[in-house]
Ligand binder design. Structure first.
Ligand SMILES: Cc1cc2nc3c(=O)[nH]c(=O)nc-3n(C[C@H](O)[C@H](O)[C@H](O)COP(=O)(O)OP(=O)(O)OC[C@H]3O[C@@H](n4cnc5c(N)ncnc54)[C@H](O)[C@@H]3O)c2cc1C
Ligand code: FES
Ligand code: FES
Length: 462
């Protein structure tokens, strides 16, 4: 078992020991390595000023992702390659094509956001594709610029994508086996197999699991709470992917949104469109579906759709596995049925039959990079104008994500008409008594939920 963190900083091997495991990569870069090109804006994953490029070794060399350094713990660098704005250069040794285009297009004013934009665009550039305008927008949705305006930045992106790739390869660090990193009276375990993960969880009862860390990072940077024992899921290859059988899409607990999105989108386009609005590319490159469920937030965006789809969770602990339906998983505000030593291993989502329609709606104050006020998902099967099957999941309407059971009952077996739908809208009032908070008032939430059902009717048609 290895006890020090090893990674490549550009092409230089770095070994880290003695540093608290919850030190963020941003703090490490700026205060230890004195690489201050990477900026801190919000320290919560919202502004993109801290965007860095993280390479993961794969069969073709490196697969790069844009990530927020402000909420990434240093041990997550283990076995990877980190590049910051200081490491960019062109093939001629001058500026990288993205940097060159940003200058030529006058895409920077105060410059505070610029390193983050450059890093997001460099990752896109290194993918070697010719992205569309929509794909450029999506790659930049997690980068906030307060002074330049986005047109010159997007123009620079378009110019840069026409120039060949410039980031040189590098030998991947020889990192094998699990990591048990201890420093500053804290421990970070990174097992490599489900059996090791199970054992680590069993032997460290107080430890907190960390998947992408996009919720947990804020516990450190915003709540200033200590996390003395962490167990990381991301090195467990068995649960990092998504597998399909004839009837199920099995999402491993360590699979990120970006891994799960293309597969879920192929089966459920509306779910894919909703997932593209979860956080930003940087957040989706790290955040997991499993973390979203385990976090048990009433406004998490995946549970409404997964409730509507009748997803099941495979839970594991002490070498045993059990299956729990998602609609039996949440027991109260941020409470779940997870017992001590138990974790989510996998999320099983039924594949659609040809008659199934899924419609997902996320209602937030902004289109991109915003938490929902209300999120609704409807799985509907019509047969000869009759509602043969209906499941409705809502977030933001109760202490937990929840099904609208009375509304489902008001629709099931009825003719799919506006009159039926309007009656069911009244049932929604009986299903939920939402709260008023800083995101929305109870009255707003109730009205939105009702109108989402009407929107479904309008979209599906009589
Ligand atoms: C800027 C920003 C924007 C965001 N936007 C959205 C958004 O639009 N919609 C949305 O829903 N969320 C959003 N989030 C919240 C967050 O990204 C998601 O909830 C994400 O899915 C969390 O996954 P993670 O892997 O990062 O979880 P982590 O932070 O690693 O873990 C979250 C919690 O789950 C536990 N946990 C993780 N995996 C498991 C497991 N397998 N078994 C048991 N427990 C586990 C952890 O111990 C922790 O308590 C946003 C967050 C940020 C910072
Ligand atoms: S500092 Fe704002 S996203 Fe990291
Ligand atoms: S150039 Fe000032 S914030 Fe973007």
């Amino acid at each position: 078992m290895r006890e020090a963190i090893s990674f490549l900083l550009d092409d230089r091997a770095v070994t880290v020991s003695g540093l608290s495991p919850t030190t963020t990569v941003l703090d490490y870069l700026r205060t230890v390595l004195k690489l201050t090109g990477t900026k801190e804006g919000c320290a919560e994953g919202d502004c993109g000023a801290c965007t860095v490029m993280l390479g993961e070794p794969d069969a073709t060399g490196w697969r790069y992702k844009a990530v927020n350094a402000c909420i990434l713990f240093v041990p997550a660098l283990d076995g990877k390659r980190l590049l910051t704005v200081e490491h960019l250069r062109g093939r001629d040794g001058g500026a990288h094509p993205v940097q060159r285009a940003m200058v030529d297009r006058h895409a920077s004013q105060c410059g505070f956001c610029t390193p983050g934009f450059v890093m997001s665009l460099t990752v896109l550039h290194e993918s070697g594709t010719r992205p569309s305008r929509a794909e450029i927008d999506e790659a930049l949705a997690g980068n906030l610029c307060r002074c330049t305006g986005y047109r010159p930045i997007v123009d620079a992106a378009v110019d840069a994508m026409a120039v060949e790739r410039a980031v040189a390869g590098a030998e991947a660090p020889a990192v094998v086996g699990s990591l048990a990193y201890r420093a500053d009276e804290a421990v970070y375990l990174a097992p490599r197999s489900v059996a090791e993960l199970d054992e680590a969880v069993g032997h460290n009862p107080g430890a907190v699991l960390v998947a992408g860390g996009t919720d947990l990072g804020l516990v450190v940077t915003k709540q200033h709470r200590a996390l003395p024992a962490l167990i990381a899921l991301e090195g467990v290859a068995e649960i990092a992917g998504v597998a399909e059988t004839d009837d199920t899409i099995a999402i491993g607990a360590a699979a990120t949104y970006e891994t799960a999105l293309p597969i879920l989108e192929r089966h459920y386009p509306s779910l894919g469109a909703m997932m593209r609005r979860i956080g930003s590319r940087q957040i989706r490159n790290r955040g997991t579906v499993g973390g979203n469920i385990a976090n048990a937030s009433p406004i998490g965006d995946m549970p409404p759709a997964l409730l509507a789809l009748d997803a099941s969770l495979v839970l594991r602990g002490g070498g045993r596995e059990r299956v729990v339906k998602l609609d039996a998983f949440f027991t109260g505000y941020r409470q779940t049925v997870l017992g001590p030593g138990e974790f989510i291993l996998r999320i099983d989502v039924p594949r659609p039959t040809p008659d199934v329609r899924l419609h997902c709606y996320k209602v937030a104050k902004r289109f991109d990079q915003d938490i929902s006020a209300v999120c609704g998902a409807f799985r509907l099967v019509l047969d000869g104008g009759i509602v043969r099957s209906i499941r409705i999941g809502f977030g933001g309407m109760a202490a937990t994500p929840a099904r609208a059971r009375l509304t489902e009952a008001a629709l099931l077996g009825e003719a799919w008409t506006e009159a039926t739908v309007r009656r069911a809208m009244d049932a929604l009032d009986a299903d939920f008594s939402p709260l008023s908070d800083m995101r929305a008032s109870a009255g707003y939430r109730r009205t939105v939920a009702r109108n989402l059902l009407l929107k479904l009717f309008v979209e599906v048609g009589p």
